[in-house]
Design a protein around this ligand. Structure first.
Ligand code: AP5
Ligand code: MG
Length: 216
Protein backbone atom coordinates (compact mmCIF):
# COMPACT_ATOMS: atom_id res chain seq x y z
CA UNK A 1 0.00 0.00 0.00
CA UNK A 2 1.29 3.48 -0.88
CA UNK A 3 -0.18 6.25 1.27
CA UNK A 4 0.36 9.99 1.71
CA UNK A 5 -0.61 11.84 4.91
CA UNK A 6 -1.22 15.52 4.18
CA UNK A 7 -2.01 18.25 6.69
CA UNK A 8 -0.76 21.45 8.25
CA UNK A 9 2.13 21.48 10.72
CA UNK A 10 0.83 19.90 13.93
CA UNK A 11 -2.12 18.18 12.21
CA UNK A 12 -0.91 14.79 13.51
CA UNK A 13 0.90 13.31 10.50
CA UNK A 14 3.78 11.87 12.53
CA UNK A 15 1.47 10.66 15.32
CA UNK A 16 -0.85 8.69 13.01
CA UNK A 17 1.95 7.40 10.76
CA UNK A 18 3.35 5.46 13.72
CA UNK A 19 0.02 3.62 14.12
CA UNK A 20 -0.35 3.03 10.35
CA UNK A 21 3.11 1.43 10.30
CA UNK A 22 2.23 -0.91 13.20
CA UNK A 23 -0.97 -2.08 11.53
CA UNK A 24 -0.09 -2.27 7.81
CA UNK A 25 3.68 -2.97 8.11
CA UNK A 26 4.49 -0.23 5.59
CA UNK A 27 7.54 1.99 6.00
CA UNK A 28 7.21 5.48 7.51
CA UNK A 29 9.03 7.99 5.31
CA UNK A 30 9.01 11.40 6.98
CA UNK A 31 10.90 14.10 5.07
CA UNK A 32 11.15 16.19 8.27
CA UNK A 33 12.61 13.27 10.29
CA UNK A 34 15.10 12.46 7.51
CA UNK A 35 16.19 16.12 7.36
CA UNK A 36 16.58 16.28 11.16
CA UNK A 37 18.78 13.14 11.05
CA UNK A 38 20.89 14.69 8.26
CA UNK A 39 21.31 17.79 10.41
CA UNK A 40 22.26 15.78 13.49
CA UNK A 41 24.89 13.95 11.39
CA UNK A 42 26.14 17.31 10.04
CA UNK A 43 25.98 16.15 6.40
CA UNK A 44 26.13 18.53 3.43
CA UNK A 45 22.36 18.11 2.93
CA UNK A 46 21.76 18.78 6.64
CA UNK A 47 23.83 21.97 6.51
CA UNK A 48 22.00 23.19 3.39
CA UNK A 49 18.56 22.49 4.96
CA UNK A 50 19.26 24.16 8.32
CA UNK A 51 18.43 27.81 7.61
CA UNK A 52 15.22 26.93 5.73
CA UNK A 53 13.94 24.68 8.52
CA UNK A 54 14.83 27.11 11.32
CA UNK A 55 12.92 29.93 9.63
CA UNK A 56 9.85 27.79 8.75
CA UNK A 57 10.50 27.87 5.00
CA UNK A 58 10.58 24.92 2.62
CA UNK A 59 13.88 23.30 1.72
CA UNK A 60 14.38 23.63 -2.09
CA UNK A 61 12.54 21.03 -4.17
CA UNK A 62 15.64 19.64 -5.91
CA UNK A 63 17.23 18.64 -2.56
CA UNK A 64 14.01 17.10 -1.25
CA UNK A 65 13.06 15.22 -4.42
CA UNK A 66 16.46 13.50 -4.59
CA UNK A 67 16.41 12.66 -0.87
CA UNK A 68 12.89 11.19 -0.98
CA UNK A 69 13.48 9.28 -4.25
CA UNK A 70 16.34 7.50 -2.52
CA UNK A 71 14.19 6.69 0.54
CA UNK A 72 11.25 5.46 -1.58
CA UNK A 73 13.63 3.31 -3.65
CA UNK A 74 14.61 1.43 -0.47
CA UNK A 75 11.04 0.92 0.81
CA UNK A 76 9.83 -2.69 1.26
CA UNK A 77 7.30 -4.40 -1.04
CA UNK A 78 4.55 -3.78 1.58
CA UNK A 79 4.78 -0.09 0.65
CA UNK A 80 5.18 3.19 2.48
CA UNK A 81 3.40 6.06 4.15
CA UNK A 82 4.74 9.49 3.21
CA UNK A 83 4.71 12.19 5.91
CA UNK A 84 5.65 15.76 4.94
CA UNK A 85 6.25 14.90 1.28
CA UNK A 86 5.12 15.99 -1.28
CA UNK A 87 4.76 19.53 -0.01
CA UNK A 88 4.67 21.45 -3.30
CA UNK A 89 2.85 20.70 -6.55
CA UNK A 90 6.25 20.34 -8.20
CA UNK A 91 7.26 17.66 -5.65
CA UNK A 92 3.95 15.86 -6.27
CA UNK A 93 4.58 15.87 -10.02
CA UNK A 94 8.11 14.50 -9.53
CA UNK A 95 6.77 11.75 -7.25
CA UNK A 96 4.12 10.90 -9.81
CA UNK A 97 6.75 10.59 -12.56
CA UNK A 98 9.01 8.39 -10.44
CA UNK A 99 6.15 6.06 -9.44
CA UNK A 100 4.55 5.80 -12.88
CA UNK A 101 7.92 4.94 -14.45
CA UNK A 102 7.65 1.78 -12.29
CA UNK A 103 3.95 1.23 -13.08
CA UNK A 104 2.93 2.34 -9.58
CA UNK A 105 0.61 4.93 -8.10
CA UNK A 106 -0.57 6.35 -4.78
CA UNK A 107 -3.48 4.37 -3.27
CA UNK A 108 -4.70 6.98 -0.79
CA UNK A 109 -4.04 10.56 0.24
CA UNK A 110 -5.34 11.17 3.77
CA UNK A 111 -5.88 14.91 4.29
CA UNK A 112 -5.92 15.79 8.00
CA UNK A 113 -7.93 18.97 8.61
CA UNK A 114 -7.40 20.89 11.87
CA UNK A 115 -8.42 24.34 13.12
CA UNK A 116 -5.64 26.86 13.73
CA UNK A 117 -6.23 27.33 17.51
CA UNK A 118 -5.96 23.56 18.03
CA UNK A 119 -2.78 23.43 15.97
CA UNK A 120 -1.09 26.07 18.14
CA UNK A 121 -1.85 24.12 21.33
CA UNK A 122 -0.55 20.89 19.78
CA UNK A 123 2.71 22.45 18.63
CA UNK A 124 3.56 24.15 21.93
CA UNK A 125 2.90 20.96 23.92
CA UNK A 126 4.65 18.57 21.54
CA UNK A 127 7.67 16.58 22.70
CA UNK A 128 9.54 14.22 20.33
CA UNK A 129 12.10 11.47 20.60
CA UNK A 130 15.31 12.55 18.81
CA UNK A 131 16.25 8.87 18.28
CA UNK A 132 13.11 7.18 16.85
CA UNK A 133 10.90 10.19 15.99
CA UNK A 134 7.99 9.09 18.27
CA UNK A 135 5.72 12.04 19.09
CA UNK A 136 4.07 12.88 22.44
CA UNK A 137 2.15 15.79 23.94
CA UNK A 138 2.49 17.13 27.49
CA UNK A 139 -1.26 16.79 28.12
CA UNK A 140 -2.92 15.01 25.16
CA UNK A 141 -0.58 12.08 24.57
CA UNK A 142 1.72 11.69 27.57
CA UNK A 143 4.62 9.22 27.62
CA UNK A 144 4.45 6.52 30.34
CA UNK A 145 7.41 8.12 32.17
CA UNK A 146 7.50 11.92 32.03
CA UNK A 147 10.15 13.21 29.62
CA UNK A 148 11.18 9.74 28.34
CA UNK A 149 10.33 7.93 25.10
CA UNK A 150 8.13 4.82 25.63
CA UNK A 151 9.98 2.98 22.86
CA UNK A 152 13.67 3.55 23.65
CA UNK A 153 13.82 5.55 26.91
CA UNK A 154 15.57 8.49 25.20
CA UNK A 155 15.05 11.97 26.75
CA UNK A 156 12.28 13.76 24.84
CA UNK A 157 13.02 17.16 23.25
CA UNK A 158 11.06 20.18 22.04
CA UNK A 159 11.67 20.93 18.35
CA UNK A 160 13.54 24.18 17.60
CA UNK A 161 10.99 25.07 14.90
CA UNK A 162 8.08 24.93 17.41
CA UNK A 163 8.83 28.50 18.61
CA UNK A 164 5.65 30.60 18.09
CA UNK A 165 7.19 32.89 15.43
CA UNK A 166 8.47 29.93 13.38
CA UNK A 167 5.14 28.08 13.76
CA UNK A 168 3.40 31.14 12.29
CA UNK A 169 5.73 31.11 9.29
CA UNK A 170 5.29 27.33 8.82
CA UNK A 171 1.50 27.75 8.76
CA UNK A 172 1.81 30.50 6.14
CA UNK A 173 4.15 28.35 4.05
CA UNK A 174 1.67 25.48 4.30
CA UNK A 175 -1.24 27.65 3.12
CA UNK A 176 0.67 29.02 0.17
CA UNK A 177 2.74 26.02 -1.00
CA UNK A 178 1.18 22.80 0.31
CA UNK A 179 -2.60 23.32 0.19
CA UNK A 180 -2.51 23.20 -3.65
CA UNK A 181 -1.10 19.66 -3.38
CA UNK A 182 -4.57 18.52 -2.16
CA UNK A 183 -6.06 19.80 -5.45
CA UNK A 184 -3.41 17.90 -7.43
CA UNK A 185 -4.52 14.60 -5.85
CA UNK A 186 -8.23 15.47 -5.90
CA UNK A 187 -8.01 15.40 -9.69
CA UNK A 188 -6.78 11.81 -9.38
CA UNK A 189 -9.72 10.92 -7.11
CA UNK A 190 -7.67 9.45 -4.25
CA UNK A 191 -8.14 12.06 -1.48
CA UNK A 192 -9.89 11.12 1.80
CA UNK A 193 -10.75 14.08 4.06
CA UNK A 194 -10.43 13.45 7.81
CA UNK A 195 -11.59 15.76 10.62
CA UNK A 196 -8.39 15.72 12.69
CA UNK A 197 -9.72 18.08 15.39
CA UNK A 198 -10.99 14.96 17.14
CA UNK A 199 -8.98 12.92 19.67
CA UNK A 200 -6.01 10.93 18.35
CA UNK A 201 -7.91 7.65 18.94
CA UNK A 202 -10.95 8.86 16.98
CA UNK A 203 -8.77 10.13 14.13
CA UNK A 204 -6.75 6.94 13.79
CA UNK A 205 -9.90 4.82 13.79
CA UNK A 206 -11.28 6.89 10.86
CA UNK A 207 -7.96 6.44 9.03
CA UNK A 208 -7.96 2.67 9.67
CA UNK A 209 -11.56 2.35 8.39
CA UNK A 210 -10.61 4.25 5.23
CA UNK A 211 -7.50 2.15 4.55
CA UNK A 212 -9.29 -1.13 5.40
CA UNK A 213 -12.00 -0.30 2.87
CA UNK A 214 -9.30 0.03 0.18
CA UNK A 215 -7.80 -3.36 0.94
CA UNK A 216 -11.11 -5.27 0.77
P1 AP5 B 1 8.05 18.40 9.30
O1 AP5 B 1 8.87 17.71 10.29
O2 AP5 B 1 7.36 17.61 8.24
O3 AP5 B 1 7.02 19.34 10.05
P2 AP5 B 1 5.49 19.74 9.72
O4 AP5 B 1 4.88 19.37 8.45
O5 AP5 B 1 5.49 21.19 10.03
O6 AP5 B 1 4.68 18.84 10.61
P3 AP5 B 1 4.86 18.54 12.10
O7 AP5 B 1 5.86 17.45 12.26
O8 AP5 B 1 5.11 19.81 12.88
O9 AP5 B 1 3.39 18.09 12.48
P4 AP5 B 1 2.68 16.68 12.39
O10 AP5 B 1 1.53 16.79 11.46
O11 AP5 B 1 3.66 15.57 12.16
O12 AP5 B 1 2.09 16.62 13.86
P5 AP5 B 1 2.43 15.63 15.08
O13 AP5 B 1 2.01 14.25 14.77
O14 AP5 B 1 3.85 15.84 15.52
O15 AP5 B 1 8.94 19.49 8.53
C1 AP5 B 1 9.83 20.34 9.24
C2 AP5 B 1 10.56 21.25 8.26
O16 AP5 B 1 11.37 20.47 7.34
C3 AP5 B 1 9.66 22.09 7.32
O17 AP5 B 1 9.24 23.30 7.94
C4 AP5 B 1 10.61 22.32 6.12
O18 AP5 B 1 11.54 23.34 6.38
C5 AP5 B 1 11.35 21.00 6.03
N1 AP5 B 1 10.68 20.04 5.11
C6 AP5 B 1 10.14 18.82 5.45
N2 AP5 B 1 9.60 18.22 4.38
C7 AP5 B 1 9.80 19.05 3.33
C8 AP5 B 1 9.44 18.99 1.95
N3 AP5 B 1 8.77 17.94 1.43
N4 AP5 B 1 9.79 20.04 1.16
C9 AP5 B 1 10.47 21.09 1.65
N5 AP5 B 1 10.83 21.22 2.94
C10 AP5 B 1 10.51 20.20 3.79
O19 AP5 B 1 1.42 16.20 16.19
C11 AP5 B 1 1.62 17.46 16.80
C12 AP5 B 1 1.29 17.38 18.31
O20 AP5 B 1 -0.11 17.19 18.47
C13 AP5 B 1 1.96 16.22 19.05
O21 AP5 B 1 2.33 16.65 20.33
C14 AP5 B 1 0.85 15.14 19.14
O22 AP5 B 1 1.01 14.37 20.30
C15 AP5 B 1 -0.41 16.00 19.21
N6 AP5 B 1 -1.56 15.41 18.51
C16 AP5 B 1 -1.59 14.91 17.24
N7 AP5 B 1 -2.83 14.51 16.92
C17 AP5 B 1 -3.62 14.78 18.00
C18 AP5 B 1 -5.01 14.62 18.26
N8 AP5 B 1 -5.86 14.12 17.35
N9 AP5 B 1 -5.49 15.01 19.46
C19 AP5 B 1 -4.65 15.53 20.38
N10 AP5 B 1 -3.32 15.73 20.19
C20 AP5 B 1 -2.81 15.35 19.02
MG1 MG C 1 5.77 15.47 11.96
Amino acid sequence: MRIILLGAPGAGKGTHCKRIVEKYKVQHLSSGDILRKERAANTELGKKAQSYMDSGKLVPDELIVEMMAEAIGKAPAAGFVLDGFPRTVNQAMELDKALSSKGRNIDAVINLQVNKDIILNRMTGRRSCPKCGAVYHITNLKPKVEGKCDIDGEALVQRADDKPEVVKERLETYKEMTKPVVGFYEKKGCVYEVDANKSAEEVISIIFNTLDSLIK
